[in-house]
Design a protein around this ligand. Structure first.
Ligand code: NAD
Ligand code: GLY
Length: 369
């Protein structure tokens, strides 16, 4: 059944890989939100042990009218399961069900399910269609959009993956009602990120609405998801495969990924690590004369109000800065072993630059608990 959803729509303009992000209430029950998927095909809904009991049945009922057969696969829940093993569980299910190259994969969950399922879709039979149905704030404002898919390697975050765009993204705001407060805060880190790198008016708006966002106010969430997706769509539309501009979306991630890998995947939530990483990157920007101290304080205050950490983790008590540097040299932005940081100017602009190790060490020493 083809129809028109009353949801807000944000287009991602990527030529023949263009698609719509739908944002609204009740989308998991709205066939129109999934009308981009080819009809009459098989479908596999991939979710996890937390999200499947909440939403899989609803989505599968919605998809029943569109697909010849709808099956589900439930993965273990957690960042520590963003692995080859989970990927293989998806391939096992697809091969076990005789899935062909028209089979549509649906990622129902947060960024872990979305990144893993997207990568499986990119690999299975060299590529099958997939749709993102993100159920965390973080996934709705960032990870489901733009086609980055990956699993982790013990030596580095998101190191094995592919650029592979979904056919559609359906952000059901109702799903956020069951999200634990700590996960809501983690998602707010990626919302806040868009202000310093691209839109100071949005940063002002987030500051004015941070309490409403934490309280799950429907109107505030709708605007936050829409504006975040618009900013991300604008960046991805100009630089799909991160040959330059797209790297600004990694503000806070260079330090943050070091925290995630260094502490063990799952110990810090991705959004928490990014939050502390943004303060560290802002502090490095100040050291380099790009941002002023007042802006660093402003950003840290907002991050704190969002319920997020403003100080990095101590990964190695003997040589903490050395361990950070070692982990950050594995970052995908590093070139010939030189770490490159997303730095901000406090006026809504970002740039990617290297910095002297000695200065980075000072920032790490000053910014870690
Ligand atoms: P997540 O997928 O682990 O989800 C967080 C937790 O919330 C999980 O326990 C999950 O089961 C649970 N959950 C999900 N939806 C729920 C709901 N509606 N109600 C109750 N519980 C729910 O984490 P995340 O924060 O969504 O995503 C983090 C991941 O996203 C990281 O692996 C990160 O690397 C990745 N990421 C990718 C991109 C990208 O561009 N591809 C961008 C940012 C982050
Ligand atoms: N989350 C960073 C990116 O999509 O490029």
């Amino acid at each position: 059944m083809q129809g028109f959803s009353s949801a807000r729509q944000v287009p991602i303009a990527l030529g023949e890989r263009s698609y719509q992000i739908s944002i609204g209430s009740g989308l998991l029950g709205d066939p129109a939100a999934f009308a981009a998927a080819p009809a009459g095909t098989q479908a596999l809904v991939v979710s996890n042990t937390t999200v499947a009991p909440l939403y899989a049945e609803k989505l599968m009922r919605t998809l029943a009218g569109r697909h010849a057969q709808v099956r589900q696969l439930v993965l273990p829940d957690g960042e520590q399961y963003k692995t080859w093993e989970s990927l293989n569980l998806i391939f096992d299910a697809l091969l076990g069900h005789g899935a062909d190259r028209k089979t549509v994969l649906y990622a129902l969950g947060g960024g872990v399910v979305g990144d893993t399922t997207g990568f499986a879709a990119a690999c299975y039979m060299r590529g099958v269609p997939f749709v993102q149905a993100p159920t965390t704030l973080l996934a709705q404002v960032d990870s489901s959009v733009g086609g980055k898919t990956a699993i982790n390697h013990p030596l580095g975050k998101n190191m094995i993956g592919a650029f592979y765009q979904p056919l559609a993204v359906a952000c059901d705001l109702d799903a956020l009602k069951t999200l634990p407060p700590r996960q809501m805060s983690a998602g707010l880190a990626e919302v806040i990120k868009y202000g310093p790198i691209a839109d100071m008016t949005f940063l002002d708006w987030i500051e004015a609405h941070i309490d409403a966002l934490r309280a799950c106010d429907a109107g505030a969430l709708a605007h936050a998801v829409q504006r975040s997706c618009e900013i991300k769509a604008g960046v991805v539309g100009q630089d799909e495969r991160e040959s330059g501009l797209r790297a600004i979306l990694n503000f806070g991630h260079t330090f943050g990924h070091a925290i995630e890998a260094g502490m063990g995947y799952g110990a810090w939530l991705h959004g928490e690590a990014v939050a502390a990483g943004m303060v560290m990157a802002a502090e490095l920007s100040r050291e380099l004369g790009l941002a002023d101290a007042a802006f660093v304080r402003r950003l840290a205050a907002l991050i704190q109000r969002a319920g997020l950490p403003t100080r990095g983790a101590v990964i190695d008590a003997r040589d903490n800065a050395g361990r950070y540097l070692q982990l950050m040299r594995v970052d995908k932005k590093a070139e010939a072993g030189e770490i490159r940081f997303v730095l901000i100017d406090g006026a809504g602009r970002a740039a990617v630059r290297s910095a002297p190790d000695a200065l980075v060490r000072q920032v790490i020493d000053r910014c870690c608990a």
